[in-house]
Ligand binder design. Structure first.
Ligand code: RI2
Length: 371
């Protein structure tokens, strides 16, 4: 991802590992300041996931894997039984951070599997290598998603996106923003409508910032404005990311995605979900089984931003004591989706073959066609 730092353009990843240390862009501070945070151990990394220093399904999967690598390195001098106990406890700490994104749980499981045999040093090596591999595979998948999704984008398209599914959410081109980046690279004239995405405003704070950094034309709109532009014929397609996708195609993504999908269908606008295999949960048959994270009421009753003095400021919108509900995600039923943009290609209607087939397990989901 390109970032302008003190006038110079640099390539920065959302997060990376340096030995036992994990570094990540502090996404809570964007767009008003660009800071890299250093996490010394797996507990700090788990806290960073929970408090959304890093966020986005893919990035929290990487953070989870790096947390596992840190735990392995922290325990490398312990006897085997203590090592196993330490790793299991660390995996529980990491699993408890955020419940919805499939990538987090898969990353932890993959690391446990890689560290599940041999003596301590073999296990440490296995976990650390697996954590690094997950990042490498994500970077490759992100590029493949970019190429697959670009095929859907025509010159002159205006594309709506919700939340942030860019390079900060999925290293290193993003999911939803990856095809857009690719289209622009190919010289297509593309414009992006950016939903602000209350309550945390990842659209306003992160997507708009990413697009600005890359010089991609966009306009930030209030969440409530998306339907208006769809109705006016000013949206050619919608692309969003995903946090967890069930075998039937039901998709959990940032709260508000469901509404956009319904309005898109009403206006006959194609609605695509860009997501890697890691986000598909083949153990659940429908979206009803997806746990929806409920976050702090202050995300709704207060806003964070930059004050007129240039300093970070929190202001209260609703009166103190106001009752709040704050689900972070919703589930869009598969019937509203035109398909999925994955590293394996496009999975689109008419859905004749199964997602399980696409991901190497023949069987279910008879109405998905892999192309
Ligand atoms: P990738 C975000 O959640 C949004 O739901 C967004 O669509 C998704 O993660 C992006 O993840 P949050 O972590 O599809 O900001 O890019 O709450 O992996």
């Amino acid at each position: 991802m390109k970032v302008k730092i003190n006038g110079e353009t640099e390539n920065v990843l959302a997060l990376w590992r340096e030995g036992h240390i994990v570094k990540m862009v502090d996404q809570r501070k964007l767009p008003h300041s660009f800071e890299i945070i250093t996490l010394e151990n797996h507990r700090e990394t788990a806290k960073a996931i929970k408090t959304m220093v890093t966020r986005g399904a893919g990035a929290i999967g990487n953070a989870a894997a790096f947390g596992m690598a840190q735990a392995a390195l922290e325990a490398e001098n312990k006897p085997l039984d203590e090592f196993i106990e330490y790793i299991n406890n660390a995996s529980e700490t990491i699993r408890k951070t955020r419940p919805t994104a499939a990538n987090l749980f898969k990353a932890v499981d993959k690391c446990l599997e890689a560290g599940g045999w041999g003596n301590v040093s073999v296990r440490v090596d296995g976990i650390v290598k697996r954590a690094d591999e997950i990042l490498k595979q994500d970077m490759k998948a992100s590029k493949e998603i970019a190429i697959a999704g670009n095929k859907l984008i025509e010159d002159g398209f205006k594309i709506l996106t919700h939340c942030n599914a860019g390079a900060l959410a999925y290293v290193d081109h993003g999911t939803a923003l990856a095809p857009i980046r690719e289209a622009v690279k190919e010289g297509k004239d593309v414009f992006v409508w950016v939903d602000e995405t209350r309550p945390r405003c990842q659209g306003a704070r992160i997507t708009a910032w990413e697009l600005e950094q890359e010089g991609i034309p966009y306009a930030l709109i209030a969440d409530n404005a998306a339907g208006h532009y769809m109705q006016k014929g000013e949206v050619d397609m919608v692309i969003v990311g995903a946090d967890r996708i069930a075998v039937n195609g039901d998709t959990a993504n940032k709260i508000g995605t469901y509404e956009k999908a319904v309005v898109a269908m009403e206006n006959k606008i194609p609605f695509w979900v860009a997501a890697p295999g890691m986000t598909f949960d083949l153990d659940i048959t429908s979206g009803a089984e997806i746990e929806i994270e409920e976050r702090e009421p202050e995300e709704v009753s207060m806003m964070w931003g930059q004050g007129e003095d240039g300093k970070p400021t929190r202001i209260r919108i609703a009166a103190e004591g106001t009752k709040v509900r704050n689900p972070a995600f919703d589930v869009t039923p598969y019937k509203y989706l035109d398909g999925f943009i994955t590293e394996y290609g496009l999975i689109q209607r008419p859905f004749n073959e199964g997602i399980r087939w696409v991901f190497g397990q023949p069987g279910l989901l008879p109405w998905f066609k892999y192309r």
